[in-house]
Design a protein around this ligand. Structure first.
Ligand code: GRF
Length: 211
């Protein structure tokens, strides 16, 4: 990505409260992502609390609900909006919709997602509940490139979190969320630096930005 003129323009997609969105915004404010700017926040749910908070914070915030349309029509509108705001990197942050292959193809290796488990374990909904029910003693979070499969693309950053004996879904989710906030900023910084290449599924750091 380093070939693009700085600052890199992020499009953040949300469906809910948006704590990861605000963790990214705060990383930018604190100078942890000096090459980044949030160009637009998009939610598929107009009532998402994160969308209202984004507006209050002065960010461009757009609701693009399904409104009885097909997924591909909705995704076309989202891609058009991302292009309108000249977005370089798309960050899914609690965005609860699977992207169409056309959306994925519109931003090749330029879409990231965060998931609250150590993938490939516990993909899909209620990852923290799945981890507790399975009985793992360690869980965590994963930031990965998005491909056309659910919670599947190459992994950029993972952080581990212990599962404690007294944990319930709420306490484990809160402990994982703390790690998510740092992990997402770290992954964005890595991708924007351009100092990586993909060897198959493996994310490999390199000295110089790849052309
Ligand atoms: C996070 O746990 C994220 O990993 C998952 O959905 C949740 C979104 O939380 N995909 P928030 O809206 O960023 O607070």
């Amino acid at each position: 990505m380093s070939d693009l003129p700085a600052p890199h323009r992020l499009g953040v997609l949300i469906s809910g409260r948006g704590s990861n969105l605000f963790a990214i915004a705060s990383a930018i404010e604190r100078g942890r992502l000096p090459q980044a700017k949030i160009a637009v926040v998009i939610s598929n749910r107009p009532e998402a609390p994160g969308l209202a908070r984004a507006r209050e914070a002065g960010l461009a915030a757009v609701a693009i609900p399904a409104q009885g349309r097909s997924r591909s029509e909705q995704d076309e509108e989202i891609v058009a909006c991302l292009r309108k705001y000249r977005v370089d990197l798309v960050c899914l942050a609690g965005y609860m919709r699977l992207l169409t292959p056309e959306f994925v193809a519109a931003f090749p290796q330029r879409i990231l997602n965060i998931h609250p488990s150590l993938l490939p374990a516990f993909a899909g909904l209620h990852a923290q509940r799945q981890a507790l029910e399975y009985g793992v003693t360690v869980s965590g979070c994963t930031v990965h490139f998005v491909d056309e499969h659910l919670d599947h693309g190459p992994i950029i950053v993972q952080r581990t979190v212990p599962v404690n004996a007294g944990d319930d879904e709420r306490s484990l989710s809160a402990r994982i969320l703390e790690q998510e906030h740092g992990a997402y900023a770290e992954a964005i910084a890595r991708v924007l630096s351009g100092r990586y290449r993909l060897a198959g599924r493996r994310y490999v750091e390199v000295e110089e930005a790849e052309p």
